[in-house]
Design a protein around this ligand. Sequence first.
Ligand code: MN
Ligand code: MN
Length: 516
Amino acid sequence: MKDDVTTEKKRRGRPKKNVAANDTVAAVEVKRGRGRPKGSSNKKPLKNIDAKKDIKNLTYKPVNVWDNPKFSRRNIMSFSEGYKAFMNKARTEREFIREAIIMAQERGFVNIDSLGDAKLNPGDKVFRVVRDKLMLLAVVGRKPAEEGTRIVGAHVDSPRIDIKQNPLYENTEMAFFKTHYYGGIKKYQWVSIPLALHGVIVKADGTVVNVNIGEDEKDPVFTITDLLPHLAKDQYEKKLNEAFQGENMNVLIGSEPVGDKDEKDRVKKNILSLLHEKYGIVEEDLISSELQVVPAFKARDVGLDRSMIGAYGHDDRICAYPALMSILETKNPEYTAICYLTDKEEIGSVGNTGAESRALENFVADLCAMTTSGTYTDRLVRASLDRSKMLSADVNAAVDPNYEGTHDKMNAGYLGKGVAIMKFSGSRGKSGASDANAEYLGEIRKLLNDHQIPWHITELGAVDKGGGGTIAMMIANLGVDVIDIGVPVLSMHAPFEVASKADLFATYRAYCVFLQ
Ligand code: MN
Ligand code: MN
């Protein structure tokens, strides 16, 4: 048990039931010769259970995290405060990585690319950043990397609205940026809300300008307008996916003209003049930019009991943040512990900053070269990946009681039931899924039970209701054992997503015990 898990008196309710149930199963496994798990109790084998007295121990029943006597409310709340503060600074993948670098360096992590051919020793802490959007961190294990690693992988990009490369135009004396949305959004959720502008602009001379407008209380914000109900008769008749057209999702950015009345496009010219004043850029510089609009509101407590957090970008920062925190706190692990923070998951993990890139393999190759006692060869990397295990740290679709029929309730994610394990994702007959091996699921289940970390088994939704994927399949393709495990979320991909603080803490604890 880790020291940050207190054993203070339980706040309310009964102790966790499925721990007892699963201890019993563990005891059966001992009988079958699989060895007694560390810390397991002396429960009697299944066949000796008094049917009347212990019948409840035979059923699988996830419990509420708040009832777990091993977690204190204070620890749950305090971890959530750290998460909210981080979320208010890390609004995009670049900003997440920027904050992560600061936190890693503060804790003694060294850029692996500054070490040349040096050897690494157990306990050494290194990181690598790829194009400011992907990051790998590692704590070197007591065993060399060729014997396998333990990886927690999350993505740090979130659905949003990207500004087009040639975006600026004027219409009816208002200036707009044209956009192309990024990831799976329900477009109607992104109109009529305050938006902030983040990103980079690469100027003609190659210098990079950082943009961040709309987060400070004194900053202006932006918005995509919507039609008033009085004139929405035609809009009401349309299907939801037709009523809001991507090409019309233009961001309002100004309405004041420049002084010279003989000029054309006076409002657009005023915006260009302001951009030049602030950033020293001209219109063509916008072509080499990555500008994103994201909701301009901060992470907030949700509920009178403050048991939940509402924020933009829980998917997947509510898993990426505990993944980062768990690697930062890993000390002297048996196997080299790796935290993998990827970009582009929301559009298919593509490109040289996505999980389909070689970034993980390259990093593992370097770790093998720097920890082997023999001669480095390519076979060490392949052996390492074959022996590695990973938690694909991504959010899960929690049951929303206001929308019946979307889930199979026996195999669904719920708020407050702890970290959600998902054996497979995909859609229409598990197509496009990484389907974890039962043996590996069993191993993870046992690990969580041994540490009394609440968990439940889930699917993305009811069969044939839709589907989706994570980075699990890309990493599984390398030979790694991978399973999806993360925080259940309500209103996923909406500008304001909701998750339970208790689930966040359970997830953080799960990643910690896995890496350690
Ligand atoms: Mn995700
Ligand atoms: Mn997503």
